[in-house]
Design a protein around this ligand. Structure first.
Ligand code: IMP
Ligand code: MG
Length: 180
């Protein structure tokens, strides 16, 4: 019998078991280990909240010296014409001249990662790559290259392993998909 869970008004069923997630995380970590073996202390930037579980599991499989920051985009009322000013908060120290790997839970349309990428570019890092647990290629419509993808999925809505539905479900060790 398939386990069904309820989060607020929606029901979800298991789509990707924890063991399969672990294999995908290992494979992507292996690629990063190869690509950054000679790089000078890269920085992993985990985008809060969704990436916390992915980054904490992936980083245990990383074999080169590295630094970690968890970041958020903060909005505040500014004095520009648009009124809204956004900045990146949570950076430990400077990323100028450093190799940065942005770690995301999921890239869907790409709007969020594009915005994060642009904010980060203002800090003049040596390089920026994106590593995401999930990628929805049929939904993606931006130009930022998504170099490290652990798993590709369709346009279905998923929760678990850090991803939420109305802030619920982040604790689940398996990935669940919404049922019709
Ligand atoms: P974007 O469309 O690439 O900007 O995705 C923005 C955000 O939507 C992601 O960072 C997630 O927080 C959320 N999101 C997109 N697809 C899903 C999903 O299937 N489950 C949970 N959150 C999602
Ligand atoms: Mg997110």
């Amino acid at each position: 019998m398939q386990k069904i869970i309820q989060l607020n008004d929606r029901r979800f069923k298991v789509m990707i078991p924890a063991e399969e997630i672990d294999r995908a995380v290992s494979a992507v970590a292996e690629r990063i280990n190869k690509d950054y073996a000679e790089a000078d202390t890269p920085i992993f930037l985990g985008v809060l909240n969704g990436s916390f579980m992915f980054l904490s599991d992936m980083i245990k499989k990383i074999e080169f010296n590295n630094e970690i920051s968890f970041v958020k985009i903060a909005s505040y009322e500014g004095t520009t014409s648009t009124g809204q000013v956004q900045s990146l908060i949570g950076l430990n120290g400077s990323v100028e001249g450093r190799h940065v790997i942005i770690v995301e839970d999921i890239v869907d349309t790409g709007k969020s990662i594009e915005h994060m990428f642009e904010l980060l570019q203002a800090y003049n890092p040596a390089s920026i790559e994106v590593c995401t647990l999930f990628f929805k290629p049929r939904s993606y419509s931006r130009q930022i290259p998504i170099k490290y993808v652990a798993m590709e999925i369709g346009n279905e809505f998923i929760v678990g392993y850090g991803l939420d539905y109305d802030q619920l479900g982040r604790n689940l060790k398996d990935i669940y998909v919404v049922t019709e």
